[in-house]
Design a protein around this ligand. Structure first.
Ligand code: ADP
Ligand code: MG
Length: 456
């Protein structure tokens, strides 16, 4: 006997919750928030979704699983057809009143301070909020294989690609998935810069044994951005031995770099050959569809929703770097508070602020100048060894912005200020902490940031 539409309605919640279990909460929220059955005739179940884009994304990525889940609950369904909703999703104008109430420009809740102290992993990076498209699907599959059989399939796994394409996200998500799956496996994530600094400190403090132990007692070692090893002979040597130690015990090792092993300059041959000994795989900048999907997910994470054209316009203009794409989206969300109508021009302006050329023009001088002008000081003041609280904070802001806008390393910033890397890191973290705590302060930083960007 054929199932009725009423019956389907009554078990729809279960279908949805099953889909959510399969896909993870984030993906589910993004793609299934307007997913409703509208008719069931001749064994064909029609389901309404919110937009053309969502329809085509679901058809390409999830139709198979949607059909499978539906059939387990409603065996009579022979096929599933997605249609676009006739009542448009809430428009931005309506949303704005809600937006006003929420804390706009909410920095993502999770930050450096939620990093798991044992693993050094940040829980915000997960598989279920990693959008998979043609540019990263092989790397994603390789990461999943690593989770399924750590140490056995791709060892080491070496992921490379340009800045901002999701390497760190994928590596950390792999680590997070491993600790979730195997409660007894020890994972340690480290950025290579951190690895090198810790090594230097341990040599200084004569605590090299501790250092060695820290990286050898693990079941999974994840080392991000190994191109920083270039020219660092001592760190290369140490990593080489760490690698051999772990590898011989069948432990999983995962690396990332901004280029393939063969193209990292000034690196020992024996280490290069270790990098190449497992699977070397690249991540490319995402295609248009994936960029739109990522924007949608990021907006969702910030509890904002735009009409399709907004995502599409952003994704059309910013092609290479997802961090930049996210930056443009954040700026847009921030600006919503001050504008009456979201027009193409507004979005285009934001895109301009975030275009690559724009970034290249940000010099440390520009950052320092803007900050000191903002606070009515003279340029030299930030370099003075003044301990007065306000100077310390203003220096912190400069450090924070150099890191965020110029993507300078802590040591590089340290050179500018004639301070060591730990002091810089500490100053940076203080600012992040304050931004999270005080919306007023966060807004002030945003204003300085846009001053820097606007005056280029
Ligand atoms: P990389 O390490 O390659 O420079 P990141 O991993 O830091 O890049 O990614 C930059 C930003 O873009 C991060 O906020 C990350 O969450 C986001 N991002 C990158 N790729 C994806 C993806 N496929 N899905 C969702 N977010 C992504
Ligand atoms: Mg990275």
């Amino acid at each position: 006997m054929a199932e009725s539409k009423e019956k389907i309605d009554s078990i729809w919640e279960r279908v949805l919750s099953d889909l959510q279990n399969h896909l993870g909460e984030s993906a589910f929220k993004v793609w299934f928030n307007h997913f409703q059955p509208i008719s069931f005739e001749n064994y064909v179940l029609k389901i309404e979704v919110s937009s053309k884009f969502v329809k085509s994304w679901l058809e390409q990525k999830y139709l198979h699983i949607i059909q499978r889940v539906i059939k387990t609950y409603i065996p009579d369904v022979k096929s599933v057809v997605l249609t676009i909703s006739s009542s448009p999703i809430e428009t931005l104008q309506k949303k704005r009143s809600i937006l006003r109430k929420m804390r706009i420009f909410e920095h993502s809740k999770i930050s450096v301070f939620d990093v798991n102290p044992q693993t050094n992993l940040n829980p915000r990076y997960r598989f279920d909020n990693f959008v998979v498209g043609s540019s990263n699907e092989l790397a994603f599959a390789a990461a999943q294989a690593v989770v399924n059989k750590p140490g056995l399939i791709h060892n080491p796994l070496f992921v490379y690609g340009p800045v901002g394409v999701g390497k760190t996200h994928l590596l950390q998500a792999t680590g997070n998935e491993i600790i979730k799956t195997y409660k007894n496996l020890k994972v340690r994530y480290t950025n290579t810069e951190q690895f090198i600094n810790e090594l230097i400190n341990s040599l200084k403090n004569k605590s090299i044994d501790e250092f060695k132990h820290k990286f050898r007692e693990v079941d999974v070692l994840i080392l991000d951005d190994v191109h920083f090893l270039s020219g660092k002979a001592k760190a290369q040597e140490e990593l080489f031995h760490t690698f051999n130690f772990l590898y011989d015990l069948g432990k999983q090792i995962i690396f990332s770099s901004d280029r393939p092993p063969a193209l990292i300059p000034d690196i020992e041959e024996r280490l290069r050959s270790r990098f190449e000994g497992g699977l070397v795989i690249d991540i490319q900048p995402p295609d248009f569809e994936t960029r739109v999907a990522i924007l949608r997910l990021k907006a969702q994470e910030k509890k904002v929703e735009f009409e399709d054209w907004v995502y599409e316009l952003l994704a059309e203009k910013i092609k290479k770097n997802i961090r930049e794409l996210e930056g443009a989206l954040n700026l847009l969300i921030f600006k919503l508070k001050y504008i009456d109508k979201l027009t193409k021009e507004v979005v285009q302006e934001i895109v301009k602020e975030f275009s690559q050329e724009f970034y290249r023009k940000i010099t440390p001088k520009k950052v320092i100048q803007t900050v000191v002008e903002h606070y009515g000081l003279k340029e030299g003041d930030v370099f003075k060894k003044l301990r007065k609280k306000e100077y310390v904070e203003i220096r912190g802001i400069v450090i924070y912005l150099l890191r965020e806008l110029c993507q300078y390393s802590y040591s590089h910033i340290g050179d500018i200020f004639n301070k060591d890397h730990t002091t810089v890191l500490h100053a940076y973290q203080k600012i992040v902490e304050k931004i999270e705590k005080y919306p007023e302060f966060s807004r002030e930083i945003e204003i300085i940031r846009s001053k820097i960007l606007q005056n280029l």
